[in-house]
Unconditional design. Structure first.
Length: 376
Protein backbone atom coordinates (compact mmCIF):
# COMPACT_ATOMS: atom_id res chain seq x y z
CA UNK A 1 0.00 0.00 0.00
CA UNK A 2 1.41 3.39 -0.97
CA UNK A 3 0.62 6.64 0.76
CA UNK A 4 0.95 9.35 -1.85
CA UNK A 5 0.85 12.46 0.29
CA UNK A 6 4.33 13.25 -0.97
CA UNK A 7 3.84 11.81 -4.44
CA UNK A 8 3.31 13.22 -7.92
CA UNK A 9 -0.20 14.22 -6.87
CA UNK A 10 -0.38 17.89 -7.78
CA UNK A 11 -3.58 18.99 -6.12
CA UNK A 12 -5.20 19.39 -9.54
CA UNK A 13 -8.09 17.01 -10.16
CA UNK A 14 -7.22 16.80 -13.86
CA UNK A 15 -4.13 14.84 -12.88
CA UNK A 16 -5.99 12.56 -10.48
CA UNK A 17 -5.97 9.11 -11.85
CA UNK A 18 -8.22 6.69 -10.02
CA UNK A 19 -7.14 3.74 -12.20
CA UNK A 20 -3.65 3.17 -13.61
CA UNK A 21 -2.06 0.20 -15.33
CA UNK A 22 1.55 -0.20 -14.20
CA UNK A 23 4.23 -1.42 -16.67
CA UNK A 24 5.17 -4.26 -14.31
CA UNK A 25 1.71 -5.77 -14.84
CA UNK A 26 -0.19 -4.48 -11.82
CA UNK A 27 -3.29 -2.37 -11.44
CA UNK A 28 -3.02 0.74 -9.28
CA UNK A 29 -6.20 2.11 -7.74
CA UNK A 30 -6.82 5.19 -5.65
CA UNK A 31 -8.62 3.90 -2.56
CA UNK A 32 -11.78 6.02 -2.67
CA UNK A 33 -12.89 4.78 0.76
CA UNK A 34 -10.15 6.90 2.32
CA UNK A 35 -10.91 10.19 0.58
CA UNK A 36 -11.01 13.07 1.29
CA UNK A 37 -8.69 12.76 4.28
CA UNK A 38 -6.07 10.40 2.81
CA UNK A 39 -4.81 9.73 -0.71
CA UNK A 40 -3.85 6.10 -0.57
CA UNK A 41 -3.12 3.95 -3.60
CA UNK A 42 -3.21 0.17 -3.68
CA UNK A 43 -1.60 -2.16 -6.21
CA UNK A 44 -3.44 -5.28 -7.35
CA UNK A 45 -1.98 -8.41 -8.93
CA UNK A 46 -4.98 -10.73 -9.33
CA UNK A 47 -8.47 -10.70 -10.77
CA UNK A 48 -9.78 -11.64 -7.33
CA UNK A 49 -8.13 -8.50 -5.94
CA UNK A 50 -9.85 -6.43 -8.64
CA UNK A 51 -13.23 -8.03 -7.90
CA UNK A 52 -12.79 -7.36 -4.17
CA UNK A 53 -11.81 -3.74 -4.88
CA UNK A 54 -15.05 -3.25 -6.84
CA UNK A 55 -17.21 -5.00 -4.22
CA UNK A 56 -15.64 -3.09 -1.33
CA UNK A 57 -15.87 0.31 -3.10
CA UNK A 58 -12.14 0.96 -3.37
CA UNK A 59 -13.20 1.89 -6.88
CA UNK A 60 -16.79 2.79 -7.72
CA UNK A 61 -18.86 4.58 -10.34
CA UNK A 62 -20.25 2.67 -13.32
CA UNK A 63 -17.58 3.37 -15.97
CA UNK A 64 -14.72 3.03 -13.46
CA UNK A 65 -16.06 -0.35 -12.39
CA UNK A 66 -16.11 -1.52 -16.02
CA UNK A 67 -12.56 -0.31 -16.67
CA UNK A 68 -11.29 -1.99 -13.48
CA UNK A 69 -12.96 -5.27 -14.45
CA UNK A 70 -11.33 -5.11 -17.90
CA UNK A 71 -7.90 -4.71 -16.31
CA UNK A 72 -8.91 -7.52 -13.92
CA UNK A 73 -9.15 -9.88 -16.91
CA UNK A 74 -5.62 -8.85 -17.95
CA UNK A 75 -4.43 -9.68 -14.42
CA UNK A 76 -6.17 -13.05 -14.67
CA UNK A 77 -4.38 -14.03 -17.89
CA UNK A 78 -1.04 -12.72 -16.63
CA UNK A 79 -1.33 -14.82 -13.50
CA UNK A 80 -2.88 -18.02 -14.83
CA UNK A 81 -1.42 -18.08 -18.36
CA UNK A 82 -3.41 -18.27 -21.58
CA UNK A 83 -3.82 -22.06 -21.43
CA UNK A 84 -5.77 -21.86 -18.17
CA UNK A 85 -8.95 -20.89 -19.96
CA UNK A 86 -11.06 -22.44 -17.20
CA UNK A 87 -9.36 -20.29 -14.55
CA UNK A 88 -9.77 -17.15 -16.66
CA UNK A 89 -13.47 -17.97 -17.18
CA UNK A 90 -13.86 -18.44 -13.42
CA UNK A 91 -12.11 -15.12 -12.77
CA UNK A 92 -14.45 -13.39 -15.21
CA UNK A 93 -17.40 -14.85 -13.28
CA UNK A 94 -15.96 -13.57 -10.00
CA UNK A 95 -15.52 -10.11 -11.53
CA UNK A 96 -19.09 -10.21 -12.89
CA UNK A 97 -20.44 -11.07 -9.43
CA UNK A 98 -18.77 -8.08 -7.75
CA UNK A 99 -21.67 -5.62 -8.16
CA UNK A 100 -25.02 -6.08 -9.93
CA UNK A 101 -26.47 -2.76 -11.07
CA UNK A 102 -23.94 -0.92 -13.26
CA UNK A 103 -24.16 -2.60 -16.67
CA UNK A 104 -20.76 -1.16 -17.66
CA UNK A 105 -19.22 -4.03 -15.69
CA UNK A 106 -20.84 -6.70 -17.90
CA UNK A 107 -20.31 -4.64 -21.05
CA UNK A 108 -16.56 -4.39 -20.38
CA UNK A 109 -16.27 -8.09 -19.53
CA UNK A 110 -18.08 -8.96 -22.79
CA UNK A 111 -15.53 -6.93 -24.73
CA UNK A 112 -12.69 -8.76 -23.01
CA UNK A 113 -14.36 -12.15 -23.64
CA UNK A 114 -14.63 -11.32 -27.33
CA UNK A 115 -10.87 -10.68 -27.48
CA UNK A 116 -10.22 -14.09 -25.89
CA UNK A 117 -12.62 -15.79 -28.32
CA UNK A 118 -11.00 -14.02 -31.26
CA UNK A 119 -7.56 -15.17 -30.08
CA UNK A 120 -8.80 -18.75 -29.78
CA UNK A 121 -10.18 -18.77 -33.30
CA UNK A 122 -7.91 -16.43 -35.32
CA UNK A 123 -4.97 -15.33 -33.16
CA UNK A 124 -4.81 -12.04 -31.29
CA UNK A 125 -5.69 -8.74 -32.96
CA UNK A 126 -2.52 -6.88 -32.02
CA UNK A 127 -0.51 -4.78 -34.43
CA UNK A 128 1.63 -6.47 -37.11
CA UNK A 129 5.00 -5.71 -35.51
CA UNK A 130 3.94 -7.32 -32.21
CA UNK A 131 2.51 -10.31 -34.08
CA UNK A 132 5.92 -11.02 -35.67
CA UNK A 133 7.97 -10.72 -32.51
CA UNK A 134 5.83 -12.09 -29.66
CA UNK A 135 4.80 -15.59 -28.57
CA UNK A 136 1.14 -16.67 -28.66
CA UNK A 137 0.97 -16.35 -24.87
CA UNK A 138 2.26 -12.81 -24.91
CA UNK A 139 0.07 -11.95 -27.88
CA UNK A 140 -3.10 -12.69 -25.90
CA UNK A 141 -1.87 -10.69 -22.93
CA UNK A 142 -1.01 -7.80 -25.24
CA UNK A 143 -4.35 -7.97 -27.01
CA UNK A 144 -6.24 -7.93 -23.69
CA UNK A 145 -4.17 -5.07 -22.34
CA UNK A 146 -4.76 -3.10 -25.54
CA UNK A 147 -8.50 -3.70 -25.23
CA UNK A 148 -8.60 -2.65 -21.55
CA UNK A 149 -6.62 0.50 -22.36
CA UNK A 150 -8.92 1.22 -25.29
CA UNK A 151 -11.99 0.88 -23.03
CA UNK A 152 -10.29 3.31 -20.64
CA UNK A 153 -9.36 5.85 -23.35
CA UNK A 154 -12.72 5.65 -25.09
CA UNK A 155 -14.46 6.45 -21.81
CA UNK A 156 -12.47 9.65 -21.36
CA UNK A 157 -13.16 10.67 -24.97
CA UNK A 158 -16.88 9.93 -24.52
CA UNK A 159 -17.00 12.04 -21.37
CA UNK A 160 -15.45 15.04 -23.09
CA UNK A 161 -17.82 14.74 -26.03
CA UNK A 162 -20.84 14.45 -23.71
CA UNK A 163 -19.70 17.46 -21.69
CA UNK A 164 -19.52 19.59 -24.84
CA UNK A 165 -22.87 18.52 -26.26
CA UNK A 166 -24.66 18.73 -22.90
CA UNK A 167 -23.50 22.31 -22.42
CA UNK A 168 -24.51 23.20 -25.99
CA UNK A 169 -28.01 21.87 -25.23
CA UNK A 170 -28.22 23.80 -21.96
CA UNK A 171 -27.11 27.03 -23.63
CA UNK A 172 -29.68 26.52 -26.37
CA UNK A 173 -32.41 26.06 -23.79
CA UNK A 174 -31.66 28.97 -21.42
CA UNK A 175 -29.59 32.06 -20.88
CA UNK A 176 -26.41 31.84 -18.84
CA UNK A 177 -25.14 31.53 -16.13
CA UNK A 178 -26.44 28.01 -15.46
CA UNK A 179 -26.95 26.64 -11.96
CA UNK A 180 -26.66 22.91 -11.39
CA UNK A 181 -27.51 20.43 -8.66
CA UNK A 182 -25.70 17.09 -8.91
CA UNK A 183 -25.87 13.85 -6.98
CA UNK A 184 -23.35 11.14 -6.08
CA UNK A 185 -19.90 11.30 -7.66
CA UNK A 186 -19.70 11.18 -11.43
CA UNK A 187 -16.31 12.79 -11.96
CA UNK A 188 -12.77 11.65 -12.78
CA UNK A 189 -12.98 9.24 -9.86
CA UNK A 190 -16.09 7.47 -11.17
CA UNK A 191 -14.96 7.18 -14.79
CA UNK A 192 -11.85 6.80 -16.93
CA UNK A 193 -11.36 10.54 -16.36
CA UNK A 194 -13.15 13.92 -16.69
CA UNK A 195 -16.58 12.60 -15.72
CA UNK A 196 -20.16 12.27 -16.95
CA UNK A 197 -22.45 14.66 -15.03
CA UNK A 198 -19.41 16.23 -13.39
CA UNK A 199 -17.84 16.48 -16.85
CA UNK A 200 -20.77 18.75 -17.72
CA UNK A 201 -20.00 20.86 -14.67
CA UNK A 202 -16.34 21.01 -15.72
CA UNK A 203 -17.35 22.06 -19.23
CA UNK A 204 -19.72 24.76 -17.92
CA UNK A 205 -16.82 26.06 -15.85
CA UNK A 206 -14.45 25.91 -18.85
CA UNK A 207 -16.95 27.95 -20.90
CA UNK A 208 -17.36 30.42 -18.02
CA UNK A 209 -21.10 29.87 -17.80
CA UNK A 210 -21.35 27.90 -14.57
CA UNK A 211 -23.58 29.90 -12.24
CA UNK A 212 -22.98 27.54 -9.36
CA UNK A 213 -22.88 23.85 -8.58
CA UNK A 214 -24.57 22.33 -5.55
CA UNK A 215 -23.47 18.83 -4.59
CA UNK A 216 -25.79 16.52 -2.67
CA UNK A 217 -23.83 14.81 0.10
CA UNK A 218 -25.35 11.47 -1.08
CA UNK A 219 -26.22 9.41 1.96
CA UNK A 220 -25.33 6.84 3.05
CA UNK A 221 -21.88 6.38 1.47
CA UNK A 222 -21.39 10.14 1.01
CA UNK A 223 -19.96 10.08 -2.51
CA UNK A 224 -21.01 13.72 -2.93
CA UNK A 225 -19.38 14.99 0.27
CA UNK A 226 -16.26 12.87 0.14
CA UNK A 227 -15.58 12.66 -3.59
CA UNK A 228 -17.47 15.26 -5.67
CA UNK A 229 -16.71 18.08 -3.27
CA UNK A 230 -13.10 16.91 -3.11
CA UNK A 231 -12.69 16.83 -6.89
CA UNK A 232 -14.23 20.27 -7.34
CA UNK A 233 -12.29 21.86 -4.49
CA UNK A 234 -9.04 20.41 -5.94
CA UNK A 235 -9.88 21.94 -9.28
CA UNK A 236 -10.93 25.32 -7.96
CA UNK A 237 -14.53 25.05 -9.17
CA UNK A 238 -16.74 26.76 -6.56
CA UNK A 239 -19.06 24.14 -5.05
CA UNK A 240 -21.59 24.20 -2.25
CA UNK A 241 -22.23 20.96 -0.42
CA UNK A 242 -25.76 20.37 0.83
CA UNK A 243 -27.50 17.62 2.76
CA UNK A 244 -29.63 15.51 0.40
CA UNK A 245 -32.76 16.63 2.18
CA UNK A 246 -32.00 20.28 1.32
CA UNK A 247 -32.49 19.68 -2.42
CA UNK A 248 -36.22 20.54 -2.43
CA UNK A 249 -35.56 23.68 -0.44
CA UNK A 250 -32.86 24.77 -2.91
CA UNK A 251 -35.21 24.25 -5.83
CA UNK A 252 -38.06 26.08 -4.11
CA UNK A 253 -35.71 28.98 -3.42
CA UNK A 254 -35.02 29.29 -7.17
CA UNK A 255 -31.33 28.37 -6.92
CA UNK A 256 -31.25 25.51 -9.45
CA UNK A 257 -31.77 25.43 -13.22
CA UNK A 258 -30.74 21.88 -14.05
CA UNK A 259 -30.38 18.66 -12.09
CA UNK A 260 -27.54 16.76 -13.78
CA UNK A 261 -26.78 13.16 -12.84
CA UNK A 262 -24.96 10.09 -14.18
CA UNK A 263 -26.38 6.60 -14.59
CA UNK A 264 -25.57 3.00 -13.78
CA UNK A 265 -27.96 1.43 -16.29
CA UNK A 266 -30.41 2.88 -18.82
CA UNK A 267 -32.99 0.51 -20.28
CA UNK A 268 -34.54 0.41 -23.76
CA UNK A 269 -37.32 2.84 -22.80
CA UNK A 270 -34.95 5.38 -21.19
CA UNK A 271 -35.66 4.44 -17.57
CA UNK A 272 -32.49 5.16 -15.61
CA UNK A 273 -30.95 3.49 -12.56
CA UNK A 274 -28.64 5.79 -10.63
CA UNK A 275 -27.55 6.41 -7.06
CA UNK A 276 -30.32 6.18 -4.47
CA UNK A 277 -32.00 9.56 -4.17
CA UNK A 278 -31.90 10.32 -7.90
CA UNK A 279 -35.58 9.44 -8.36
CA UNK A 280 -36.59 11.84 -5.56
CA UNK A 281 -34.61 14.59 -7.28
CA UNK A 282 -36.39 13.93 -10.60
CA UNK A 283 -39.80 14.16 -8.93
CA UNK A 284 -38.77 17.37 -7.18
CA UNK A 285 -37.40 18.82 -10.42
CA UNK A 286 -40.66 18.08 -12.25
CA UNK A 287 -42.67 19.72 -9.45
CA UNK A 288 -40.55 22.86 -9.64
CA UNK A 289 -40.46 23.00 -13.46
CA UNK A 290 -36.69 22.40 -13.59
CA UNK A 291 -34.74 20.45 -16.19
CA UNK A 292 -33.43 16.97 -15.42
CA UNK A 293 -30.47 15.63 -17.42
CA UNK A 294 -28.84 12.18 -17.40
CA UNK A 295 -25.30 11.96 -18.78
CA UNK A 296 -23.95 8.50 -19.56
CA UNK A 297 -21.81 6.76 -22.17
CA UNK A 298 -23.15 4.04 -24.47
CA UNK A 299 -21.57 1.46 -22.16
CA UNK A 300 -24.31 2.32 -19.63
CA UNK A 301 -27.15 1.59 -22.08
CA UNK A 302 -28.80 -1.82 -21.71
CA UNK A 303 -31.10 -2.40 -24.66
CA UNK A 304 -31.65 -5.99 -23.48
CA UNK A 305 -33.90 -4.74 -20.68
CA UNK A 306 -37.18 -3.14 -21.67
CA UNK A 307 -37.90 -1.08 -18.54
CA UNK A 308 -36.28 0.01 -15.31
CA UNK A 309 -38.33 -2.55 -13.38
CA UNK A 310 -36.02 -5.21 -14.83
CA UNK A 311 -32.85 -3.62 -13.41
CA UNK A 312 -31.26 -5.51 -10.50
CA UNK A 313 -30.99 -3.03 -7.63
CA UNK A 314 -28.05 -3.63 -5.32
CA UNK A 315 -28.76 -3.72 -1.59
CA UNK A 316 -25.76 -3.28 0.65
CA UNK A 317 -25.14 -3.94 4.33
CA UNK A 318 -27.09 -1.89 6.86
CA UNK A 319 -23.76 -0.95 8.47
CA UNK A 320 -23.52 1.79 5.84
CA UNK A 321 -26.62 3.41 7.37
CA UNK A 322 -26.09 2.82 11.07
CA UNK A 323 -22.50 4.06 11.13
CA UNK A 324 -20.59 6.95 9.59
CA UNK A 325 -16.84 6.28 9.33
CA UNK A 326 -17.15 3.69 12.10
CA UNK A 327 -19.13 6.02 14.41
CA UNK A 328 -22.46 4.39 15.36
CA UNK A 329 -25.42 6.75 14.81
CA UNK A 330 -28.40 4.40 15.30
CA UNK A 331 -29.48 2.07 18.09
CA UNK A 332 -28.07 -1.44 18.12
CA UNK A 333 -30.43 -4.03 16.66
CA UNK A 334 -32.40 -1.62 14.47
CA UNK A 335 -33.61 -3.09 11.15
CA UNK A 336 -32.17 -1.43 8.07
CA UNK A 337 -33.00 -1.17 4.37
CA UNK A 338 -30.12 -0.06 2.16
CA UNK A 339 -30.91 -0.12 -1.57
CA UNK A 340 -28.06 1.83 -3.16
CA UNK A 341 -29.71 2.66 -6.49
CA UNK A 342 -33.19 3.70 -7.61
CA UNK A 343 -34.90 3.99 -10.97
CA UNK A 344 -36.01 7.28 -12.50
CA UNK A 345 -38.83 6.71 -15.03
CA UNK A 346 -38.06 8.09 -18.48
CA UNK A 347 -40.97 10.54 -18.41
CA UNK A 348 -39.22 12.51 -15.65
CA UNK A 349 -36.10 12.95 -17.79
CA UNK A 350 -35.63 15.93 -20.11
CA UNK A 351 -32.51 14.67 -21.83
CA UNK A 352 -30.22 11.65 -21.90
CA UNK A 353 -26.82 12.76 -23.17
CA UNK A 354 -24.52 10.10 -24.64
CA UNK A 355 -21.46 10.30 -26.88
CA UNK A 356 -23.62 8.95 -29.72
CA UNK A 357 -26.13 11.76 -29.41
CA UNK A 358 -28.75 13.39 -27.19
CA UNK A 359 -32.22 11.99 -26.66
CA UNK A 360 -34.65 14.64 -25.51
CA UNK A 361 -37.77 13.39 -23.70
CA UNK A 362 -36.59 9.78 -24.05
CA UNK A 363 -38.82 6.85 -24.92
CA UNK A 364 -38.32 3.42 -26.45
CA UNK A 365 -38.75 4.57 -30.05
CA UNK A 366 -36.11 7.27 -29.70
CA UNK A 367 -33.77 4.96 -27.78
CA UNK A 368 -34.03 2.30 -30.49
CA UNK A 369 -33.41 4.84 -33.20
CA UNK A 370 -30.09 5.80 -31.60
CA UNK A 371 -29.07 2.43 -30.19
CA UNK A 372 -30.01 -0.04 -32.90
CA UNK A 373 -29.89 -3.13 -30.68
CA UNK A 374 -33.33 -4.41 -29.74
CA UNK A 375 -34.68 -6.08 -26.64
CA UNK A 376 -37.02 -9.05 -27.09
O1 LIG B 1 -22.32 3.08 -5.62
P1 LIG B 1 -21.50 3.89 -6.58
O2 LIG B 1 -20.69 4.94 -5.93
O3 LIG B 1 -20.70 3.00 -7.52
O4 LIG B 1 -22.58 4.63 -7.48
C1 LIG B 1 -22.17 5.50 -8.47
C2 LIG B 1 -23.30 6.20 -9.12
O5 LIG B 1 -24.45 5.93 -8.86
C3 LIG B 1 -22.95 7.19 -10.18
O6 LIG B 1 -23.88 8.24 -10.17
C4 LIG B 1 -23.03 6.50 -11.53
O7 LIG B 1 -22.21 5.35 -11.53
C5 LIG B 1 -22.63 7.37 -12.64
S1 LIG B 1 -20.89 7.65 -12.55
C6 LIG B 1 -20.28 8.25 -13.91
Amino acid sequence: MLNKNDSSFTGNARSVSAIDWLPEGKLKLLDQRKLPTEEVYIELSTAADAAAAIKDMVVRGAPAIGITAAYGVVLSVLKSGPDSTDQVARDIEVLAASRPTAVNLFWALDRMKRVIQQHESHGSPVDTLSRETLSQETLLQEALLQEAQLIHEQDIAANKKMGASAVALMRARQSTPIRVLTHCNTGALATGGYGTALGVVRRLHEENVLGHVYADETRPWLQGARLTAWELVQEGIPVTLNADVAAGHLMQAGKIDWVVVGADRITANGDTANKIGTYSLAVLAKHHGLKFMVVAPESTIDMQLRTGQDIPIEEREGDEIVAVKGQIIAPQGVHTFNPVFDVTPHDLIDAIVTEKGIIEYPNETKMRALFAKTCD
